[in-house]
Design a protein around this ligand. Structure first.
Ligand SMILES: Cc1cc2nc3c(=O)[nH]c(=O)nc-3n(C[C@H](O)[C@H](O)[C@H](O)COP(=O)(O)OP(=O)(O)OC[C@H]3O[C@@H](n4cnc5c(N)ncnc54)[C@H](O)[C@@H]3O)c2cc1C
Length: 382
């Protein structure tokens, strides 16, 4: 089976969806587009992850969503009479329900299901003539342009002290939950998960390295605009310093004020026991500050990380075209997020161009702003 398309988007998560929706909103044709994902529906990773921690509201604001129109979410909420509790605090952080309904409604209204190949995984990409030959586990797709939007959920981070009794929150088996759970991690995922388990009537011990830390966003808000990114952009191709910049400015292990306050209240009322310290392993026993951790159930909220690009389906293409990588193994992209003519990458693979918010919802919108205008112009001029 061979499929010919102008544009192939690999991945139908938040970023893939944003690119597909923005493409159609800006005049791209359904007939020219294909989106492929191993899940049977778009947004599957996102919904699985956010469901597993019962996240109620996003950390990002109401202008961050899957459309190229910044007001689209607010307009959708008014049209469908969403009540004010669907927007939180001065930043109007949308409820997860509103965010998801907006995204999936747009997907339906723009008839994107007609170009969606679900349950299908990309296995390898090669350049042939002017286009790309993309091999999935079912067919060959020949595309003029390819956008890789595979996110960073491939690998869950398991610290070196992990034992057999530990499960990562995003891969854990929901069966067999104990009445007492030890949650390890101090970021937004851990705190949401603590609240979820307390609401289920479970006794919770929370272990964090540092006292709970407030940060409204993943990084300082100024990094969502050109002014704030001025110093970062001036580093140009100094990839090593740019990598340090991104690592320094992203704030893992922090959460918005309302969530931190909620968990602090649970600690004050003894619904949650809070231990601050490094986890250490002695044979199969985990200890913090010299005390043994209760291991009836240990849930790690220790993050996810992107697959190194050299270990993905892009490896054959990297070899074939000798594509450049930075010293830290990130693709060397231009300002349009293009690695070689017609091949674009988003998310963590684009963070040395977009900055600390590249992996967030904003990063998908910024990728659409950078990639689509020229791509659509080129398609129209053919
Ligand atoms: C719990 C949680 C809460 C978050 N909350 C926020 C928030 O409030 N605001 C914010 O801005 N950001 C938030 N983020 C960060 C970020 O926005 C999300 O991680 C978001 O899901 C990233 O979207 P994505 O499309 O890059 O990745 P994903 O949602 O992981 O999508 C990637 C897609 O690519 C597909 N894929 C992978 N490999 C292949 C292949 N070989 N072939 C085809 N398809 C493939 C996957 O199946 C998946 O569907 C949150 C992250 C998490 C984990």
């Amino acid at each position: 089976m061979v499929e010919y398309k102008s544009l192939l988007i690999i991945g139908a998560g938040v970023h893939g969806m944003t690119l597909a929706i923005s493409y159609i909103e800006q005049g791209g044709k359904l007939d020219d587009l294909l989106i492929v994902d191993p899940n049977s529906a778009p947004l599957s990773n996102w919904t699985r992850q956010t469901d597993s921690i019962s996240m109620s509201h996003l950390r990002s604001t109401r202008v961050h969503h899957v459309s190229s129109n910044p007001y689209a979410l607010k307009q959708f909420a008014s049209r469908h009479a969403y009540r004010s509790n669907h927007f939180k605090d001065t930043f109007g952080r949308p409820s997860l329900e509103l965010f998801n309904n907006h995204a999936l409604t747009l997907w339906d209204e723009l008839r994107l299901d007609e170009c969606f190949l679900g349950n299908e995984r990309v296995m390898a990409v090669r350049k042939e003539g002017q286009g790309f030959h993309v091999q999935t586990d079912r067919r060959l797709i020949v595309a003029d342009s390819v956008i890789v939007a595979i996110g960073q959920s491939a690998t869950v981070v398991l610290p070196e002290w992990t034992t057999e009794r530990c499960q990562h929150v995003f891969t854990k088996d929901r069966e067999g939950e104990s009445n007492h759970v030890t949650v390890i991690g101090g970021g937004i995922t851990a705190l949401h998960y603590v609240v979820k388990r307390v609401n289920q009537g479970h006794r919770v011990t929370l272990v964090t390295r540092r006292p709970l830390e407030v940060s409204q966003f993943d990084a300082d808000r100024e990094f969502m605009g050109p002014k704030g990114l001025d110093q970062f952009n001036r580093l140009q191709q100094d990839w090593t310093t740019k990598r340090s910049f991104v690592t320094r400015e992203r704030k893992p292990g922090s959460a918005p004020n309302d969530l931190v306050l909620k968990v602090k209240r649970l600690i004050q009322t003894d619904a949650v026991t809070h231990q601050i310290g490094e986890v250490e392993r002695h044979q199969d026993i985990l200890m913090v500050n010299g005390e043994r951790l209760d291991d009836s159930e240990i849930v790690l909220c220790t993050g996810i990380r992107p697959q190194p690009v050299k270990e993905t389906f892009l490896q054959p293409l990297i070899e074939q075209l000798d594509l450049p990588l930075t010293p830290c193994g990130t693709p060397v992209l231009n300002n349009r997020l293009e690695w070689t003519d017609g091949l674009y990458l988003t998310g963590a693979y684009a963070d040395l161009i977009i900055g600390p918010f590249a992996r967030a919802v904003y990063g998908g919108q910024e990728a659409a702003r950078r990639i689509l205008p020229r791509l659509l112009f080129a398609q129209k001029s053919v």
